[in-house]
Design a protein around this ligand. Structure first.
Ligand SMILES: [Fe+2]
Ligand SMILES: [Fe+2]
Length: 188
């Protein structure tokens, strides 16, 4: 069940309660039912918030690789992932969804190239292995983009899960391994 569907259900429930409150007061102000419904109306947003636990990824200091420009890239990737997740969850517009996916893929490529440039220029010993991880991720993403072109919206949940897990694990694992070397070589 998508968040958009949940939002519609909650909006419909609010509408019904408001109508029931109006009808209840028509019977008389001593009628307890509309007063109970008013309390329910106040509690609905709280329940909605809890029901729709926030899946937004939040940047944490522990993700830092200690190099500002690369941290900023990683922050932007997290922002684009969240934007992509919102596009999937609310499915308001196929064009917005496609653009969010394209933007995320394009920035991932851009970031990988920047990171590889730093590793290469500084003679990072594990450069080839790191680059291979980037390349296999890009191949995987390209296959997802093709799948999206064939299957549309429903294929995006898999893409979102994969990108979120892969990027967070990569940033927090493989990327951190280059920190000491790059910083020692004067890259900031
Ligand atoms: Fe990275
Ligand atoms: Fe990387």
């Amino acid at each position: 069940m998508t968040k958009r569907f949940n939002a519609l259900i909650f909006a419909a429930a609010i509408g019904l309660i408001i109508v029931a409150i109006g009808l209840g007061f028509l019977i008389g102000l001593n009628n307890p039912i509309p007063w109970i419904l008013i309390i329910a109306l106040i509690l609905i947003p709280v329940a909605y918030k809890k029901f729709n636990a926030n899946s937004e990824i939040v940047w944490k200091d522990e993700y830092s690789v200690g190099i500002e420009v690369l941290d900023n890239d990683h922050k932007k990737l997290i922002y684009l992932l969240n934007q992509f997740q919102t596009a999937y969850d609310y499915y308001t517009d196929a064009e917005f969804e496609r653009q969010a996916l394209e933007e995320l893929v394009a920035y991932t490529r851009f970031h990988f190239e920047r990171e590889e440039g730093f590793m290469k220029q500084s003679g990072y010993p594990d450069f080839e292995n790191h680059k291979k991880q980037h390349e296999s991720m890009i191949l995987q993403v390209e296959s997802f983009v093709e799948k999206y072109k064939r299957e549309g919206h429903e294929s995006l949940n898999e893409v979102s899960q994969f990108l979120t897990n892969w990027l967070l694990n990569h940033i927090n694992g493989t990327d951190k391994l280059y920190s000491k070397h790059l910083i020692e070589k004067g890259i900031q």
